[in-house]
Ligand binder design. Structure first.
Ligand SMILES: O=C(O)CCC(=O)C(=O)O
Ligand SMILES: [Fe+2]
Length: 262
């Protein structure tokens, strides 16, 4: 689908992704806040079509409930079960993968668009961005029905792009605590993480409406999505890129997230 126009999918009048001033303002927002939100990024028509498409694809979703620590690593038994490093968090959701998104979907149009990739690369400060080498990990659609949630975690990737398609009646809030650890220097900040998990350090809640693009640096900012309340499913798209070509998501992660390798 490379080369198909994003016009009609992205609201280019409101979000001029090729404009130097717009790019600079997004980069400044990311640098100062650790997150950029662009409300109204998708046109109303695109939101409508993508929700219908996602509803139709839901029967193919892989639903899992799993437990993990906030660092998304295996436990370290020598620290003891009570240590914050080993504290188990629950996450539950459904997911469909790149290969399950219809070929004519606007999601492929956005993901493959050279203009969109160039916009993102300039905002995050990379020379270029590349798709995943495996057929699953580039575009994911997440479904969170009543009671489902994404527990507290730090991402492995440096940044993530999400597009909310449908908000639940209540709950499903994206919450974060900025710069809580420093992965590059291996500073885990156990006390700070415990304070958030115990409710002693209140998180920031990011207001997000359908059609909003969120670009978030989640490697050092711990975040979660609160449980969906009500019958309407939270539907969210994650667009994932790499700074280098030819990188696949690890087999262990693919098994966990998608239940298969390809
Ligand atoms: O659902 C969201 O808004 C965030 C998703 C997220 O944090 C993740 O996929 O790692
Ligand atoms: Fe995340």
């Amino acid at each position: 689908m490379t080369g198909m126009s994003v016009e009609g999918v992205i609201d280019l009048a409101a979000c001029p992704i090729g404009d130097g001033g717009f790019i600079a303002s997004c980069r400044d927002q990311l640098d100062s806040d650790g997150v950029v939100t662009i409300p109204g990024f998708l046109t109303a028509g695109a939101v409508h079509d993508l929700v219908a498409e996602a509803e139709a694809g839901r029967k193919d979703a892989f639903f899992t409930s799993s437990t993990h620590n906030v660092y998304l690593t295996p436990p370290r038994p020598e620290l003891g079960d009570d240590h914050v490093f080993n504290r188990q968090i629950t996450s539950s959701k459904g997911c469909i993968t790149t290969d399950q998104v219809p070929a004519a979907s606007g999601l492929h149009t956005i993901y493959d668009s050279p203009e969109f990739r160039s916009f993102l690369a300039q905002v995050v400060g990379e020379d270029a961005l590349h798709e995943y080498a495996d057929p699953l990990s580039s575009i994911n659609v997440h479904y969170a029905g009543e009671g489902q949630e994404l527990g507290w975690h730090f991402d492995n990737s440096a940044f993530a792009v999400t597009l909310l398609l449908q908000a639940p009646e209540d709950g499903g809030a994206f919450q974060y605590v900025r710069d809580l650890r420093d992965a590059d220097s291996n500073e885990m900040n156990f006390d700070g993480v415990a304070a958030v998990l115990d409710g002693d350090e209140p998180p920031v809640t990011l207001p997000v409406t359908p059609g909003t693009l969120v670009l978030f640096r989640g490697r050092n900012s711990m975040h979660r999505v609160t449980p969906t309340i009500g019958d309407r499913t939270r539907i969210l798209v994650v667009l994932a890129y790499n700074a280098a070509p030819g990188i696949a998501l690890s087999e262990a992660a693919r098994k966990t997230f998608y239940g298969r390798l390809g």
